[in-house]
Design a protein around this ligand. Structure first.
Ligand code: HEM
Ligand code: HEM
Length: 266
């Protein structure tokens, strides 16, 4: 994702971005301001870089698991397991990786507010499309194998996640983009939008974790893989990577560094 390229004046505005690699505006007001790089700002840049790295690792990791250990992916196949494999790959890519990046769009992307908004809504939209295709793959797999739908806690959590996400996107679009609410409505809605956006993000992480656990438990109960085998360890590590990504993204979204800077200034 492109990082902010801002003028010094712009940096002193409220839209400071950790990706500037410089101190937040409030940290730059002191005598040492022109030296630029302060520990808080470098830490924020490192934080964002680490999130991108972990997101790439999670996306590649789930793909590697499904291709190398589970036999690959297919939309139509006599081996129905290949249809199922589309599900975890798209859910992690859409509902973890792209969702994480979309949450951080306002902090990472340069340009006008309306450009940042566009990137945010397009990325959230892409997450929704991938998520829907991923869930359709799970239903398709169940239907073609004659397995019941929506019996597990994972599937209930998953449905809640995807429906809540779709509603959040639609409401966000109507209020903040087109036709767009009055400024009073937007101001009232924004804290709710952020809170629900992060709550649904938590739901998505929980759905992904329960999905990984369920699939591993199926494979282990059927004695298809061993408890301490390479595949089980690999999937456990994948699950742990999601647990690390989650709080890092929430922390960065909540603008912790800027708040620290404001407190230091007081
Ligand atoms: C945000 C992420 C996820 C969401 C929203 C989600 C959603 C769903 C939904 C709605 C179903 C029900 C399909 C049906 O009943 O026919 C399902 C099934 C399933 N999912 Fe996920 N899923 C997610 C991630 C994952 C991941 C990462 C895995 C790991 C392999 C996984 C494994 C499974 C399994 C094994 C099933 C079939 C058994 C069942 O219905 O519980 N899911 N998922
Ligand atoms: C499911 C979809 C969506 C989710 C999960 C979501 C989530 C979030 C989150 C977590 C934030 C906080 C970001 C930050 O403070 O840096 C945010 C801010 C915001 N979102 Fe969304 N969003 C979604 C869709 C949309 C859509 C479609 C729009 C339409 C333009 C939109 C407009 C905004 C605006 C205007 C802000 C406030 C930015 C600011 O000034 O700080 N969102 N959203």
């Amino acid at each position: 994702m492109a990082s902010s390229r801002s003028t010094p004046q712009h940096r002193l505005s409220s839209s400071w971005s950790p990706s500037d690699g410089l101190a937040p505006p409030s940290l730059m007001r002191g005598g040492h301001k022109q030296r630029g790089r302060r520990p808080a700002a470098s830490a924020a840049a490192l934080h964002m870089g680490f999130i991108h790295l972990l997101c790439c690792a999670a996306a590649l990791g789930v793909l590697y698991w499904c291709v190398s250990f589970r036999g690959g992916l297919a939309w139509n196949a006599s081996n129905k397991d290949l249809i199922f494999n589309v599900h975890p790959v798209l859910m992690v890519a859409g509902f973890i990786v792209i969702y994480s990046e979309a949450n951080l769009a306002y902090k990472m992307v340069g340009g006008t507010k309306s450009y940042k908004k566009l990137v945010h809504l397009v990325l959230q939209g892409a997450a929704l499309v991938l998520g829907c295709i991923g869930v359709i793959a799970a239903f398709k797999f169940h239907n073609e194998k004659g397995i019941d739908n929506l019996y597990s806690l994972h599937s209930w959590l998953g449905m809640l996640t995807i429906v809540a996400f779709a509603v959040q996107w639609l409401v966000g679009f109507i209020v903040f983009w087109y036709p767009g609410g009055a400024s009073y409505t937007r101001a009232r809605m924004q804290p709710w939008h952020v809170f629900l956006g992060l709550f649904i993000y938590g739901l998505a992480l929980t759905s992904a974790e329960t999905g990984l656990l369920e699939k591993l438990t199926f494979l282990q109960s059927a004695k298809l893989i061993s408890r301490f085998g390479t595949e089980a360890m690999f999937v456990n590590a994948l699950g742990l990577s999601l647990v690390v990504i989650g709080p890092l993204v929430i922390w960065a979204t909540l603008d912790h560094e800027v708040r620290v800077a404001q407190l230091i200034d007081k």
